[in-house]
Write a protein that binds this ligand. Structure first.
Ligand code: HEM
Length: 413
């Protein structure tokens, strides 16, 4: 079997996933953290597991919890920063209540109204490097865009957004960021968000106004269903956390895939020039399927014995659904290893499935489409400025994306 989770694996995990799908589609595997988990790699099994109510999101169901498994599942730092009660760690009925609350604030209308601002942010970032004729698209484009976008949606004042950029950089070990670990960044973010929620609540009580997502959350929770301060902080945090590195990697992996597939890139470039929004939307879905940012869905734990793909999973055992493997399953997709931006009926699992289906998908789509369209329109002769074999990938357990993406183009006057 090809090795899993070594440094080469992050650069191209797909041969190993193909092997697993074929020979051991549900396989118990020791992860780099030492935790043993079942990896589910076929599309049909993955889709079923994502929606199976016997698989809990609550880490308390982890059999190893409390012993040496403690702290090895979930987001680093969330335990010590008291941020455990968020959507990705809870089951119904708490999940139903919190998801309903946040859905009232995070509406498709709010996201649609934000479109002009995302375009402005994308153009502003391109302006900052267009005259140089070269750039690192991760550091200067894919990384700052989602962080500024989500900060603005939440209502983080502009003067504080650089702090978020720093903390976010610490969380994903971005080159040039202060060293000091994910835990410290998470704690600082948490303290800041608690303070901001306090301020917004007072402002809302005083003036009745507040148009941002945090004010929307407070307002939604004040109509009957209560949101505790801790839940509000955890909610704001998970919106930031879930919506940040994912979108960085969508823009980064997506641009890279286009640069490596010139025919498809030319197709998209023409569509963007012609204002063909349908092709653009389909293209972003295909880029998610082909090399999506979320490699494995977040942790699930068996609350009782169950069978997936013929394998018996015991109570307390962790299950990881490998979205990136499922989305290349030849049983589901024709020519799965080919990037086809016009692919029809593309039911990829890049945003998950079931009750934990990505809440931020409309925002992610908006950011992905806007970012790629702006790049292709503004820098039409964009080219990769590095040997693909030299590029380094950031492969955590859940997320996978490029550390840097050096590009060249004709400098703007
Ligand atoms: C959940 C993918 C962007 C917020 C998820 C899940 C996936 C995913 C796969 C399900 C995880 C599971 O079942 O274990 C992505 C991708 C994105 C993206 C590929 C970008 C391309 C965003 C954005 C936001 C966001 C921009 C918010 C601002 C969330 C939240 C959940 C979630 C809150 C938890 C939902 C729940 O548990 O009910 N996302 N996401 N995501 N995502 Fe996203």
């Amino acid at each position: 079997m090809p090795p899993l989770f070594d440094w080469q694996f992050a650069a191209d995990p797909y041969p190993a996933y193909a092997w697993l799908r074929e020979h051991a589609p549900v396989r118990r595997t020791r992860l780099p953290s030492g935790v043993e988990a079942w990896l589910v790699t076929r599309y049909a099994d993955a889709r079923q597991a994502l929606a199976d109510p016997r698989l809990s999101k609550n880490p308390h169901h982890h059999g190893e919890q409390g012993a040496h498994g403690k702290g090895k599942v979930g987001i680093p730092g969330e335990r010590s920063a008291n941020l455990m009660t968020h959507l990705l760690n809870i089951d119904p009925p708490d999940h139903t209540r919190l998801r309903r609350l946040v859905s009232k604030a995070f509406t498709p209308r709010r996201v649609a109204a934000f479109a002009p601002r995302v375009r402005e942010l994308a153009d502003g970032l391109i302006d900052s490097f267009a005259a140089r004729g070269e750039a690192d698209l991760i550091h200067e484009y894919a990384f700052p865009l989602p962080i500024y976008a989500i900060c603005e949606m939440l209502g983080v004042p502009r003067e504080d957004q650089e702090d978020f950029r720093t903390w976010a950089g610490m969380m994903i070990h971005q080159p040039g960021s202060p060293r000091g670990g994910v835990g410290r960044a998470v704690k600082r973010m948490r303290a800041y968000l608690a303070e901001l929620i306090h301020r917004k609540r007072a402002e809302l009580a005083r003036t009745g106004s507040g148009d941002d997502l945090i004010s929307g959350l407070i307002r939604a929770s004040d109509h009957g269903e209560q949101l505790t301060e801790n839940e509000a902080a955890a909610m704001a945090f998970i919106l930031l956390f879930a919506g940040f590195e994912t979108t960085v990697n969508l823009i980064g992996n997506g641009t890279y895939a286009l640069l490596r597939n010139p025919g498809q890139r030319a197709l998209l470039q023409r569509a963007v020039a012609d204002g063909d929004e349908e092709l653009l939307a389909g293209a972003v879905e295909e880029l998610l399927r082909y090399d999506g940012p979320v490699e494995l869905a977040t942790w699930r734990f068996a609350t009782r014995e169950l069978t997936i793909g013929g394998r018996r999973i015991r109570e307390g055992e962790p299950v990881l659904v490998v979205l990136a493997a499922a989305d290349r399953d030849p049983e589901k997709f024709t020519a799965p290893d080919t990037l086809d931006l016009t692919r029809q009926d593309n039911q990829h699992l890049g945003y998950g499935h079931g009750i934990h289906y990505c809440l931020g998908a409309p925002l992610a789509r908006l950011e992905g489409q806007t970012a790629l369209a702006a790049l292709l329109r503004r820098l039409p002769d964009l080219e990769l400025a590095a040997d693909p074999a030299e590029l380094r990938w950031r492969g955590g357990l859940i997320m996978r994306g490029l550390r840097t993406l050096p590009v060249e183009f004709t400098a703007a006057d």
